[in-house]
Design a protein around this ligand. Structure first.
Ligand SMILES: [Zn+2]
Length: 232
């Protein structure tokens, strides 16, 4: 039974790697808008596959069916496949239902037949029960180094010309919130950008009741308060 983690280099998969300890980390280069930035930062022990799905990337960054392609490719590497999804992920191809159906389908296709021995494939979505903040706390509690986690994770949608994170996009903001909640100081320059992003993109939705993320909203408001008090 080999454990395969679908690895992106973003905060979720970076933390899951440290907590779940897979045998194989698999990065699938879809040649999308920010694949280049992700590739630059991958650890040496990550296996890289290519699958040209970037052509289907929509403006909102969604690639339809992405994770169905991913788990199918990952089943060629191992039997237990972790998608690296956390509680904040709402797309259907990271849902618990998807995990069960994809496990069934792949196990069906990998049954004993003239070209293969039987293999049972399991899609692991255990980390769906945890938010980014909870994942980061787990890592911290097992002795993890927050500074290392902060510096080695990258999931910005719009990296700046020098390759740095923008701190004004959704993944940057979510990373900043999680680290602030666990007590890590992200520094003044980043804090100012994150505050501006929350002011313009997030607070209005929370106030209107259209943000729709329950507990995560409390974390956002708490982090926002901490950053405001410290840096404004
Ligand atoms: Zn960004």
């Amino acid at each position: 039974m080999k454990k395969v983690l679908l690895y992106s280099g973003g905060m979720d998969s970076w933390l899951i790697d440290k907590i779940w300890k897979p045998d194989i980390k698999l990065y699938i280069n879809i040649k999308g808008e920010y694949s280049k930035e992700e590739l630059k930062r991958l650890p040496k022990d990550v296996i890289i596959e290519e699958l040209d799905l970037g052509r289907f990337e929509r403006e909102d960054k969604i690639i339809p069916m992405r994770n169905l392609f991913f788990v199918t490719l990952a089943s060629l590497y191992g039997d237990e496949i972790c998608l690296g999804a956390t509680a904040g992920d709402r797309v259907l191809d990271k849902s618990i239902d998807f995990g069960e159906k994809a496990s069934d389908l792949l196990t069906y296709l990998w049954q004993k037949q003239h070209w293969t021995e039987e293999r049972k494939i399991k899609i692991n979505l255990d980390f769906k029960h945890y938010s980014k903040v909870e994942l980061l706390k787990m890592y911290k509690n097992q002795g993890g180094d927050l500074k290392k986690a902060f510096n080695e994770t990258f999931s910005c949608y719009y990296p700046r010309h020098n390759g740095n994170e923008c701190w004004t996009c959704k993944p940057c903001f979510r990373k900043a919130v999680a680290f602030t909640i666990v007590g890590f100081d992200i520094g003044k320059e980043k804090a100012k950008r994150v505050i501006r992003y929350i002011d313009s993109e997030i607070l209005p939705a929370i106030k209107n009741g259209t943000y729709g993320r329950g507990k995560e909203e409390q974390d956002i408001l708490e982090a926002y308060k901490v950053l405001k008090e410290k840096y404004e």
